[in-house]
Design a protein around this ligand. Sequence first.
Ligand SMILES: [Zn+2]
Length: 468
Amino acid sequence: MSLYSKIDRYCLLPVADKVMHRSLYRSWKEYELNERLTRQELTDLQNAKLKRLISHCFNNVPYYSRLFHSLGLKPDDFNSVDDLHKLPVLTKQDVRDNYNDLISNDISSRRYTKESTGGSTGTPMQFMVDTAEWSADWASSFRAWQWYGFQLGEKMFTLGGNSLVAKKRKLTAKDIFDLYIMRNLKRSSADVTDEAMQAHYEVFVKWNPKAMRGYGSSLVIFAEYIRKHQLPSGHLTCILTTGEILMPTYRKTLEDVFHCPVYDEYGAGDGGIKAHECKLQNGLHISEEQCVVEIADKDGTPLPEGSIGYVLATDLNNFVFPFLRYQVGDMAYIKPEKCACGRVSKVLGQVIGRAGKLIYNKQGVPISPTMLPIMLYRDNDYHNEDSCIIYNKIDRFQIRQDKAGDIRILLKLKDPTDDRSQFDYCITNYQNHFVGSRVSLEFVDNIPLLPSGKEDYCVSEFEFLKKN
Ligand SMILES: [Zn+2]
């Protein structure tokens, strides 16, 4: 471990925890020790945490108190994760409809942040995250990074969108935390033109990171730029992908260009899921002390290991806004066999249902999919309060690009009688990115699902690459 990593972990991190009222240092240490647990001990730990959470929900969270009473259930009816099936699935719609009742009565004595799914699922959804969950989430990643030979305190470069890189005008405590403790230099992948890539590249070379993190689709555009211009590709130890499905072709491109392994991560802030590949790259180890992951059918009946079904998440740390059996919106399966690396945690096989895909404008410039929801904010600014107020009037949206490359923005408003002209800026935002495409804005009562039945915010039939 380098001197900076030691100072970072044992001095800077504990101080930051104090200042920011977090418990990252403690959580990380705990997670490292958990690696020594046997399968039975890990199960026991998970069950103990679940019982505490269930009891809390029963006593303090109106939505769950009501639900438990209506089903004739008491906390004692839940002795292990195998009893979770007694509860129905919590859908995104349930969360939207019961937002206030999902907030714990003792919220004033707890620390939390307000979050939003930001439309990555096609439907904006507000929720809250306990700071304990925030700490656990990063601790889970720190532990996984160590598997790859990367330590906190070593330099990282992040190229990502909405959820990874927040655009701010003022330097905040979080920026200082990112730069000096995480040592993570972040750049937004929203703009994927050659000019933007050159600017990213100059920062990348100067920073000389040991790890690079981001959406697979964004990192691939960066890699292709480096390859096209035959630029030196830095000295990375590993690449960490997150936020969308890692296409095998993306992994290959990244490994070819940067000459280092790519490790994928699966996570959902709403639901507290975190899972990481180990060095064997043979599935994603679930952080089971953080979240109970079930694979179930549409009605919530658990499916046997190996079967593909809906991912249900029970966040074991979020006491402020509890998620019990929350339907994340992805489909996956749990591998019946244990990983050959020797770790006892369950392993998620392929996560199916979200796709990291590139779409193109008529000039052939790729538009990052992470940019599509951002363009629904006035001035593309998702940190501006007024922009957020207008955006939050959207219930669901979908962007459809036809074979000719023209764009249809479909919006379903929460209140259909709302003034529609206030969304006119969306057309300009999209026209700026899809130059030469006709852009239309339509207000609909329903957003059609994909043939697979999955909700998707981006549907494109325009095949620029195949045509040219
Ligand atoms: Zn493994």
